[in-house]
Design a protein around this ligand. Structure first.
Ligand code: GN1
Ligand code: MG
Length: 354
């Protein structure tokens, strides 16, 4: 476990009295609290705080990605007010207000927030189809519990977040401005992704037909907390991106991160494929909760979801690489290029299915 001074040395929290300032803001941390780095998110820096009695999640909030944090609060307020919470067999841990009633606390110019810590397991890959089924059920419960909410009330947190047409155009823009030499492997990836225009057309086709719902929009598997024995979902986390969206977004990001034989950071190109059992389990889980609630069109669009969400993430990883790796956390220079390559293989496999 990191001590406070190690955290000061290892992260951007340069002020030695960081925990004191945090405690001044919240008023409930006990002296001697310890902080350690936690989780694998690509956007915020996440820490676990343990004061010997209670545990909290501390996030150093990325406000260059989320430029309008007040929109997150707006959406969370609607969620709290209108969702049928009694229909949810798990928790939705939202940030705890500080002593001023604010959800964010600014320390040394950085934004921080505290949330309750949920004891359980966060996984990057599922071991078996049953876990896939549980994950899909959980996200379907979430959509169903908010199905009566007027989706137009939600604000767009990151404009065009899951808009495939916009992300395609952002890729084109990154390509026109890049300082990288577009040759070899990079050229192959650029050509591949630019040739996915038919998926953009299909995106526009569904946009005309589908109702907007309250969706989570970032349903990768590590945004769930399972019980220790992995036989139950106990929380859905990373609620920043919840807003109006399509059911297939949430199903699709599960396909991308669950119904695959290799995770998004894998470079075992030859092993990247669709895991059909897990795909079927995802579909069963989603339909068990959503059948009779989701429209026929929504159910028909699901198989597009896996392709679309894999493609959009490929666009985004590749654009970030072309832009000089300014968005996603990386652990080595070519990681976004490799993520885009990983998703090219997964997308090819998904497209071959049907
Ligand atoms: C980011 O923060 P994290 O790791 O849960 C990203 C998602 C991508 C994902 C790719 C706000 O999610 O859209 O699907 O990485 N979140 C944001 O793994 O951009
Ligand atoms: Mg996350």
């Amino acid at each position: 476990m990191y001590t406070e001074s190690e955290i000061n040395a290892n992260s951007n929290m340069k002020n030695p009295s960081f925990l004191t300032q945090l405690n001044d803001a919240y008023g409930f941390l006990l002296p001697g609290a310890q902080i350690q780095k936690f989780g694998d998110g690509h956007i915020h820096k996440t820490f676990l705080i343990d004061d010997g009695v209670r545990q909290y999640i501390l996030q150093q909030f990325n406000n260059s990605v989320f430029k309008n944090p007040e929109r997150i609060s707006h959406n969370h307020a609607i969620l709290l007010d209108q969702i049928n919470a009694n229909q949810l067999p798990f928790e939705l841990p939202l940030p705890i207000p500080n002593l001023n009633g604010e959800l964010f606390t600014v320390i040394d110019g950085d934004y921080f927030r505290l949330s309750p810590f949920i004891t359980g397991k966060c996984i990057n890959e599922v071991d078996n189809s049953h876990q896939a089924y549980l994950a899909a059920k959980a996200f379907a419960h979430f959509i169903k519990a908010g199905i009566h909410i007027d989706a137009s009330l939600f604000q767009e947190v990151i404009p065009g977040f899951n808009d495939l047409e916009l992300r395609y155009n952002q890729l084109l823009e990154a390509l026109s401005k890049t300082e990288r030499e577009v040759t070899g492997e990079l050229q192959v990836l650029v050509d591949f992704y630019l040739s996915q225009k038919d998926l953009v057309e299909e995106y526009l086709f569904w946009k005309e037909r589908l109702p907007l719902r309250l969706t989570h929009n970032d349903t990768k598997i590590n945004n769930l907390i399972f019980s220790e024995n992995l036989n139950k979902v106990i929380a859905i986390i990373d609620l920043d991106t919840l807003t109006a969206g399509y059911v297939y977004y949430d199903f699709g990001d599960l396909v991308r991160t669950v119904a695959c034989t290799e995770g998004e950071n894998s470079t075992n190109w030859n092993n990247i494929d669709v895991d059909q059992d897990k795909f079927d389990a995802l579909l069963n889980g989603l339909l068990e909760i959503g059948d009779g609630t989701f429209t026929k069109d929504e159910i028909q669009s699901l198989s597009f979801g896996g392709k679309m969400m894999t493609c959009i993430m490929g666009f985004r990883f590749l654009a970030d690489y072309l832009n000089g790796n300014i968005y996603y956390t990386i652990h080595y220079e070519a990681q976004n290029l490799h993520r885009a390559k990983n998703h090219m293989h997964l997308l090819m496999a998904l497209r071959k299915r049907r």
